[in-house]
Each structure stands twice: as structure tokens, then as C-alpha cells.
Design a protein around this ligand. Structure first.
Ligand code: NDP
Length: 405
């Protein structure tokens, strides 16, 4: 039915490509275009080996996604209906520009970040609203798990369970073990920038800033474990409090083990997580980029990864019956199952599946509408059905408060 371009060939792109290969009645022709084409070739070779019955036709190409004319040529030559951007957040705007110029739809999994300052906000991408609308094109922002599924979970709370949501807690637990002393589960540079930034949460109409990892609480993750979890700033908080103005407080929690925090503290203490370039043998190098080159690639963690992820959203407020209510919507995913299915670890899997689903719902017309959209603005029902079908089954827990005030 549709031709798409996937940009990037990292951990998440691997999953998006393989889920497209499984869903070959929707994704008939797929071009994986990236900086290091050998990584795209490896994904395609694995699809041929592990999914020989897929009718989807895969090809690969090299592209520098920082370069708009190169992107425009790539898109015009291939002629896709949409671009799935799973490169890095730095490339969001150049890819959106190229989509506007060539008249194709756009989807990504992380908000734009300038390279020189760790700043997480939608303002840059929301500014494309009129241009996408005028061209009759859709841009779907942040359609991974968090951001992404967490916003569909919130929309589901609002549509099916609550008159008014007052308190929202997004919880993200990785209870897996990859056996490495220190590694990040997705792009190390992006991940470390996020964690070492100050925390922030929404409280009574304003943002409250915290020190990195200052606020913590033991949270029970159903079917998985009780884990110490820390308040971080996460980009979907910005769009959720905008689109659900009844929310009084919104927080994002993530688990980190003691060893992870110890390594991170040391790396930060000696300046290795800095994004400020230093002079090294006549070159300008940002220490965090060097650190990325030293750390294991996220996709290399997949073989032998054990344990589960549990990501969910707790809402508290006034239920449909007018009574106070607390409700939790979540998914649990096993790392080893992800590896068996698509040679990936759980964090790449839980990001890549919602990206494929978002693209499918756009291409099938269920979600397609001109403009720039966040996931919570769209109907959560077809998304829930597709999550259950494509490997991320959703569970719900009523009347138990997992995250305390
Ligand atoms: P990786 O680092 O594994 O992969 C990124 C890919 O993008 C690499 O193949 C890289 O190429 C390619 N790339 C980088 N710069 C360029 C460029 N200028 N031109 C072309 N290709 C480029 O990252 P992940 O797969 O782990 O993450 C992908 C995206 O998903 C990120 O934006 C991340 O923030 C997001 N994410 C979202 C989550 C969610 O739940 N919403 C969770 C996890 C990640 P090369 O191989 O040459 O380095």
C-alpha cells in the first residue's frame, strides 16, 4: 500500500524496520537511509534471514540528515508517502523542512534539541503548525513509548475513565540486566543529556525545577518489581499539561540502579558528560560525544539482556461517575522476547513499535490530518488495538495508588 523512508539505522530504526516487514500489507516499500549505510544493510540482511516471508521490499541509502538539499533529493528520488525519523533529535527540523519541500508526511520519536544546549521543548516544532497545515501535510511528534504511548495512555484515561484528570504520574521502569558495567539503553549522548539536566515537574500552573535526581520514591511496577524511581523532566509533560488543562500536577519518574548512578556521578564529576567542546590535539571534541564512542552501542546490548520493562501512566481525579478515582494503564515487555522476535532489547522495541503503529494509523487514514500533532490529541482507541496486536499488550489496574503524593 505505501512507500516510506526510515531515517537512522540504530536500535530504534532496527525495530521500526522489522515491524514494517511484519506489517507488509501496509508497508510495501521501505528505504532505510542513514549516515553509516552498513548499519542499514545489516538490518536488511537480518530481515531477509529472519523474515523470509515478508513481501515488503527494503533498500538502503546514505544520507546526511543535517543537510536539507540531500534529504530533498533522497525523498524526490524514492517518492515515499511519509518519512519516519528515528535518527537523532538534532535532525528533526532539517527533516521536517525537507518533508515540507517535497510534500510528504512526517513522524518522529523525540523532540528537536539544539546540539549546543540541552533544552527539551516543543516550541521549535510547534512553530511548523501553519506550514504543515497549508500544505495539507501531517507531522506527528514523539510517537515512541515515552513520549508517545504515554500520551495515548493519558488520552485513554481522559476518554474512558475520567471527567477531569488532576494528578498525572508517568512511570518508566527498566528492570533489565545487560551485564555491562555501564551502558545506556538508547543513544548515550541523548540519554545522558536528559538525565544530567535539572529535573522539572508541573505543579499548580507552573514548572518546579529540581536538582538532577533530587526527588525519589519506591514505586511498585505491576508484574515486575518495586524500584527506586527518580523525578526527571520529560518532554511529553509540556504537551500533556497544555492539552489537558485540568491537570494540577504532572511528574515523570524513571528507575536507575545504584551502579548506574555511581558511574554517572563519576563521569559527570570529571567532565566526561559535558556538551561543551574542548580542544584535543587540534580538534574540537565534546566530551559526551567521545564518551558515546567508548560506550557500548545500545543495539549491542540486545543479546543476553534479561528482565522486563514496565512503563505506565497513573491518573488521579474525578471519574466518569463524579467520584474520586485513581487508575493505572501500563505495558510490561520482556527483553529476551524482544531479542527473539526482532534482535533488539526492550527499550528499542518499546520505542520502535509505537513508531510503526503511528505511521500505520497515518497511512491508513485513522490519524491522518494536516498540521503538527502530539499523540494525546489523536484518538487513542485504534492505537490501543494496534499495541495489543503488534507486541505491546496494554493492562489496566483500577483503584490502587502506585505513586504516592
Ligand atoms: P542510535 O544512536 O542507536 O541511532 C541513531 C541513528 O541515527 C544512527 O544510525 C545514526 O547514524 C543516525 N544518524 C545520526 N545522525 C545522523 C545524520 N546526521 N544523518 C543521518 N543519520 C544520522 O539511537 P536510537 O535508535 O537509540 O534512538 C533513535 C531516536 O529514538 C532518538 O531520537 C532517540 O531520542 C529516540 N528515542 C525515543 C524514545 C521514546 O520512547 N520516545 C526512547 C528511546 C529513543 P550512525 O550509525 O552513523 O551513528
Amino acid at each position: 500500500m505505501s512507500k516510506v523512508i526510515i531515517i537512522g539505522a540504530g536500535g530504534v530504526a532496527n525495530v521500526v524496520a522489522k515491524k514494517c516487514a511484519q506489517n507488509d500489507s501496509v508497508f510495501t516499500e521501505v528505504l532505510i537511509a542513514t549516515r553509516t549505510v552498513a548499519k542499514a544493510d545489516k538490518i536488511v540482511a537480518e530481515i531477509k534471514e529472519h523474515m523470509p516471508h515478508s513481501k515488503a521490499v527494503f533498500t538502503t541509502a546514505t544520507v546526511d540528515a543535517d543537510n536539507v538539499p540531500e534529504l530533498v533529493k533522497l525523498i524526490n528520488d524514492f517518492g515515499p508517502k511519509m518519512v519516519i525519523n528515528v535518527a537523532l533529535p538534532y535532525q528533526d527540523l532539517t527533516i521536517m523542512d525537507a518533508c515540507l519541500e517535497t510534500g510528504v508526511h512526517y513522524l518522529d520519536t523525540a523532540n528537536y534539541e539544539p546540539k549546543d544546549v540541552a533544552k527539551f521543548e516543543y516550541s521549535w516544532q510547534w512553530a511548523y503548525q501553519d506550514r504543515f497545515k497549508e500544505k495539507g501535510l501531517m507531522a506527528l511528534l514523539g510517537c515512541g513509548f515515552d513520549p508517545g504511548a504515554t500520551q495515548a495512555f493519558t488520552a485513554h484515561h481522559a476518554k474512558h475513565h475520567f471527567q477531569e484528570i488532576h494528578y498525572l504520574d508517568i512511570v518508566d521502569c527498566n528492570n533489565g540486566n545487560h551485564g555491562k558495567a555501564f551502558a545506556t539503553n538508547f543513544n548515550p549522548e541523548i540519554n545522558i543529556r536528559e538525565i544530567t539536566a535539572n529535573g522539572r515537574y508541573w505543579d499548580n500552573g507552573q514548572w518546579v525545577e529540581t536538582q538532577p535526581l533530587e526527588i525519589s520514591q519506591d514505586i511498585y511496577y505491576p508484574k515486575v518489581a518495586t524500584r527506586k524511581s527518580f523525578v526527571l523532566y520529560h518532554e511529553e509533560l509540556e504537551s500533556l499539561v497544555k492539552h489537558f488543562p485540568t491537570i494540577k500536577r504532572a511528574r515523570f519518574w524513571m528507575t536507575f540502579g545504584e551502579a548506574y548512578i555511581k558511574h554517572l556521578n563519576v563521569l559527570e564529576g570529571i567532565g566526561m558528560t559535558s556538551i561543551e567542546p574542548i580542544d584535543f590535539r587540534g580538534m574540537k571534541v565534546a566530551p559526551i560525544e567521545f564518551l558515546k564512542a567508548v560506550l557500548p552501542a545500545p543495539e549491542s546490548l540486545a543479546a543476553g539482556y534479561s528482565g522486563q520493562t514496565c512503563i505506565g501512566v497513573q491518573a488521579k481525579g474525578i471519574g466518569k461517575d463524579g467520584q474520586p478515582k485513581v487508575h493505572f494503564v501500563y505495558n510490561v515487555k520482556d527483553h529476551a522476547d524482544c531479542y527473539r522476535e526482532v534482535q533488539a532489547q526492550g527499550v528499542s522495541y518499546t520505542t520502535g513499535v509505537p513508531a510503526m503503529i503511528g505511521a500505520m494509523l497515518m497511512l491508513q487514514g485513522e490519524w491522518m490530518q494536516p498540521g503538527v500533532w502530539n499523540v494525546e490529541q489523536l484518538n487513542p482507541d485504534p492505537f490501543f488495538a494496534a499495541m495489543n496486536q503488534w507486541g505491546l499488550p496494554i493492562s489496566e489496574l483500577a483503584d490502587i495508588e502506585l505513586v504516592k503524593d
